[in-house]
Design a protein around this ligand. Structure first.
Ligand code: F6P
Length: 234
């Protein structure tokens, strides 16, 4: 694992953008994208750049179950607002959270991932080490599936909703097995709240208790962290 320590999220966005730009120049055609606050400064760099993404495909990690694409709290909306409205892609795939049939929605997404192998996957990380919505205990060979969100994740995501009871309890998430198939991975983590998860990911055992620890077995992972998130690394 290659670790890049940065002073703040803006510098993290610039470092991540350099890697994204380089991979696109080397022929990358499919980007795996994440939501949440961590990738926002990267998306700011992408939208203010002169890069053209109209020949690039994106595949997002996850979407809440029960939110339509036009719901302002949906990850569909988040991605349009932070990236796609300013930099359109050839195709932008996000799990269909509006489809109550989990079997159909997850199978459909697995097919999309199969047909669009990911060259470069962007990840955030949850306080409990989740990647996408793969909470602790998620199988390392998992494909797209409906996952129940832990209290920690519901609490962390309440900040985006009027009331904690409005936070969806389920999501469709790309599995760890699918994430591990990406050729390259960039994980972004900022702030003290991520320090334990980063230490467990990098220095801890490979265990389902920390989903991100699976990344220790991936050949090309770059972790971009600010000093606070890196504060518990050995
Ligand atoms: O970047 P944030 O907002 O801390 O979110 C961390 C993680 O939590 C999620 O938003 C899911 O709750 C993931 O998609 C994200 O990687």
């Amino acid at each position: 694992m290659n670790i890049i320590k940065v002073k703040n999220t803006e510098m993290g966005g610039k470092e991540a953008f350099k890697l994204v730009k380089e991979d696109l120049e080397n022929g990358a055609k499919v980007l795996g994208l994440a939501t949440g606050s961590s990738p926002i400064t990267l998306y700011n760099e992408m939208t203010s750049s002169d890069l053209d993404f109209s020949n690039i495909t994106s595949v997002n990690l996850d979407e809440y179950v029960g939110l339509d694409a036009d719901n302002e709290q949906s990850y569909h909306y988040f991605m349009k607002d932070h990236l796609f409205n300013k930099k359109p892609f050839k195709n932008s795939y996000v799990p269909d959270g509006s489809n109550p049939d989990a079997e159909a929605a997850t199978k459909e997404y697995d097919k999309i991932i199969e047909e669009n192998p990911i060259d470069l996957q962007i990840l955030g990380i949850g306080r409990n080490g989740h990647i996408g919505f793969n909470e602790p205990g998620s199988p390392f060979d998992g494909t797209t599936r409906k996952v129940g969100l832990t209290e920690s994740t519901i609490e962390a995501n309440t900040r985006f909703f009027e009331d904690e009871k409005d936070v969806p309890r389920f999501a469709y998430s790309m599995g760890i097995g699918s994430i591990m198939k990406a050729k390259k991975i960039i994980l972004l983590a900022y702030g003290e709240a991520k320090a334990d998860a980063i230490a467990a990911t990098v220095d801890g055992p490979v265990t389902e208790d920390c989903p991100a620890s699976a990344l220790q077995n991936h050949p090309d992972v770059t972790i971009i962290v600010d000093d606070a998130a890196a504060s518990k690394l050995k």
